[in-house]
Design a protein around this ligand. Sequence first.
Ligand SMILES: Cc1cc2nc3c(=O)[nH]c(=O)nc-3n(C[C@H](O)[C@H](O)[C@H](O)COP(=O)(O)OP(=O)(O)OC[C@H]3O[C@@H](n4cnc5c(N)ncnc54)[C@H](O)[C@@H]3O)c2cc1C
Length: 341
Amino acid sequence: MFNQTFDSPVIRRVAVVGSGLAGLTAAIQLKGLGHDVTVFEKSRGPGGRLAAKRVPGGSADIGAQYFTSRNPDFLPFLHKFGGDCFGPWQGRFGFQAPGGEWEPFPEETRYVGTPRMTAITRALSAHAHVVAETRIGKLVRKDQAWSVSDTEGNPLGDFDQVIITAPPAQARELLANSGLYDLAAHLDDPVQRVLPCWAVAAHFQVPPWTHHEGMRCQHPALFWVANNSSKPGRNDSGQWWVFHASPTWTEQHVDRPADEVAECLLEAFRDVTDFQTGPDDMVTHRWLYARSEGGEQPGHLWFPDQNIGLAGDWLSGGRVEGAFDSACGLVAELNALPVAQ
Ligand SMILES: Cc1cc2nc3c(=O)[nH]c(=O)nc-3n(C[C@H](O)[C@H](O)[C@H](O)COP(=O)(O)OP(=O)(O)OC[C@H]3O[C@@H](n4cnc5c(N)ncnc54)[C@H](O)[C@@H]3O)c2cc1C
């Protein structure tokens, strides 16, 4: 008989795979509903694509550059669970029209983590039980529950429900390894839509460009350039700039050595800015799964027969706020579920 709701006194054990914004949002909200939630993260710390790389003297945001907020619940959630972990980025933002001239971005408040993007997920993770350095490899049905194990086969516990917030390729791999081929097939198209991105952080002693703090370039290799040191809370000596390669260029050069990629993107930056001096340091990062484009955007996926849900940016617009929206949508659906006695 199904006559209780999910937020009844029944306490569910929920495993969340991934501690990016989607995973932490889902975990915090489910915990708030009284459930017993464990977040598993394959990396050393939380954050996912809200990422910062350590560089001499500080850090540079090599993943998401900023986020906007259209959902009225988003900023209050971040304030409640993250405090002052973020703030507005008072920059000048522009894009280059096909003729090369610069146009301003639309007026909108753009937010960043302070003093780095990962400050947001670090703060949120204090409100969740996160087990780091644990890559989930398999789910095995055990009565009504799921036995969850890592890629070494180590058992990690039994859970009533599993929420997967990994990017589509990693989510599909986990589902297929668990024999859940029908569920994995839902990800065939999304996997194709996730684009890679080469990222470079370069340090300059003198400002290489003074017209914008963030800009989208009209260049075959270079998509985005930002003065990371202009973001709030960064106290760099000199300036760290971040370059993101275009998805097409990254796909063509995905296996190229990192130092060659850094030189190519620096050359592209010189083409765009005409600034020839420096840099004196560069670090590089390759994102195999960076941004998703197009496709169906159902918000989240819930498979009631299996008690498995999927959330993440790729289901809701491919952006930071989309990750939050997706997790909220999935939790709302779970909360409305009838529960078997
Ligand atoms: C280069 C780049 C630039 C971007 N710029 C912007 C921007 O300016 N503005 C914007 O709004 N968005 C931007 N984005 C997108 C933004 O970063 C994402 O939309 C958002 O961070 C996604 O959050 P998520 O929680 O859905 O996924 P993720 O952050 O990817 O989190 C998924 C987590 O799952 C973990 N994981 C995967 N598989 C497993 C497993 N088997 N077991 C355990 N853990 C696992 C991963 O390690 C990761 O931590 C950018 C992304 C990149 C890469």
